[in-house]
Design a protein around this ligand. Structure first.
Ligand code: NAD
Ligand code: DAU
Length: 357
């Protein structure tokens, strides 16, 4: 049994679905179901006894203690977070609460659980913390890519809160011997991503004939990784990573935002042509994000060299799969936007409650 936090979000749901496709080991999935959590993403697991969903807040120590005692997981995989940079600019408090206090609460509970385990189970236990490349700050055009030893320099409330959580995770290894692993990954894209993030937002706006808002000059660079490749990296780190180590994960796909939006428009022109003209005509340059990091780039040499991990998708194949998924799953997008998925949740998980379901 593994315990996943945030498994109703974008990456967590992709991870849980893939985990249960490829192993028989059960998952207890703890998620508060904020606006970003969507049990509709896990609809295909309905009736699958290997998936135990618990609606709960990771900041609730009593609930976390109860879950660990009840399910006795061999690992905690911590995805839950407030994840959207723009939202963190407008309302940083929830980011500090979930990302810092929530991670601290989980670490405290995991420490108590860990010391209660018999020696042979302590040996196998892992706490895997899913983090971001944004903790390293912003690169100039000629700077080398982020490595695991790049100094932290977070610039947004989101990245600062994630940096705080990374430091706590590190401290619990060095001070208490909790066997932690941390992954710092670049921008993910793929199925089930909430349409507030660049790629699903652009697809959705284009299909609705709305403007495509590109921040600033559109020349900010991100390093893109298909979500299934991030999930395979997490599995690899869980299985073979060395306790106390951090691993950078990225796809070697540095693209400017404008390049990404152009490629998306061209794919949509091919797969779902607009009534007239090209989707590129919808692009609008808008006011920049405050404190907007200019460039991120990941050096994934450590995870590739020591664990043999490789991404399966190129940006071109991953983006095509993503556009195809959104075109085929408009009901999912509309559900997220209209709040219909919450009705589905009430219907199918009527008996859920905070605590052990
Ligand atoms: P997301 O916003 O799609 O999902 C977050 C999930 O966490 C949601 O299901 C939400 O309900 C849940 N959650 C939030 N607060 C909670 C709380 N207090 N208690 C329990 N559950 C709570 O995020 P995502 O994009 O899937 O990101 C997952 C993790 O990966 C985050 O830690 C994020 O920092 C990290 N990450 C994301 C990316 C990316 O590009 N999306 C890249 C690198 C790292
Ligand atoms: O680098 C990893 C991070 O990637 C994760 O830790 C975060 O959780 C995740 O949200 C993502 O952060 P970004 O800020 O890079 O992602 P976002 O999709 O919000 O924006 C990507 C780029 O596109 C960024 O430079 C801002 C720009 N942008 C974004 C939106 C939503 C636009 O130009 N227009 C938009 O409408």
């Amino acid at each position: 049994m593994i315990l996943v936090t945030g498994g109703a979000g974008f990456i967590g749901a992709n991870f849980v679905l893939e985990w249960l496709r490829s192993t028989s080991e059960p998952v207890v999935n703890v998620d508060k179901l904020t606006y970003a959590g969507n049990l509709g993403s896990l609809r295909s697991l309905q009736g699958d006894d290997r998936h135990k969903f618990v609606q709960a807040d990771i900041c609730d120590r009593q609930v976390v203690d109860d879950l660990l005692a009840t399910f006795q997981p061999r690992a905690v995989l911590h995805f839950a977070a407030e994840s959207h940079v723009d939202r963190s600019i407008h309302g940083p408090a929830e980011f500090v609460q979930t990302n810092v206090v929530g991670t601290f609460t989980l670490l405290e509970a995991a420490k108590a659980y860990f010391v209660s385990l018999p020696a042979e189970r302590r040996e196998a236990f892992r706490f895997l913390h899913v983090s971001t490349d944004e903790v390293y700050g912003s690169l100039g055009p000629a700077d080398p890519a982020f490595t695991e030893t790049t100094p932290y320099a977070p610039n947004s409330p989101y990245s600062a809160s994630k940096a705080g959580s990374d430091h706590l995770v590190r401290a619990y290894f060095h001070t208490y011997g909790l066997p932690v692993l941390t992954t710092n990954c670049s921008n993910n894209y793929g199925p089930l991503q909430f349409p507030e993030k660049l790629i699903p937002l652009m697809i959705d706006n284009a299909l609705s004939g709305k403007p495509l808002p590109v921040y600033g000059d559109g020349q900010n660079i991100r390093d893109w990784l298909y979500v299934a490749d991030h999930c395979s990296a997490i599995r690899e780190v869980l299985a073979n990573g060395a306790a106390g180590e951090t691993y950078n994960v990225g796809g070697c796909n540095e693209k400017s935002n404008l390049e990404v939006v152009h490629t998306l428009c061209d794919l949509l022109d091919e797969l779902k042509p607009a009534p007239k003209g090209s989707y590129r005509e919808l692009i609008q340059f808008v006011t920049d994000r405050p404190g907007h990091d200019r460039r991120y780039a990941i050096d994934a040499g450590k995870i590739m060299g020591s664990l043999g991990w490789r991404p399966m998708e190129t940006f071109e194949t991953g983006l095509r799969k993503t556009v195809e998924w959104y075109l085929a799953n408009q009901d999912w997008v509309n559900g997220v936007k209209s709040g219909d998925y919450r009705k589905w949740v009430e219907l199918n998980y009527a008996d859920r409650s905070a605590g052990v379901a």
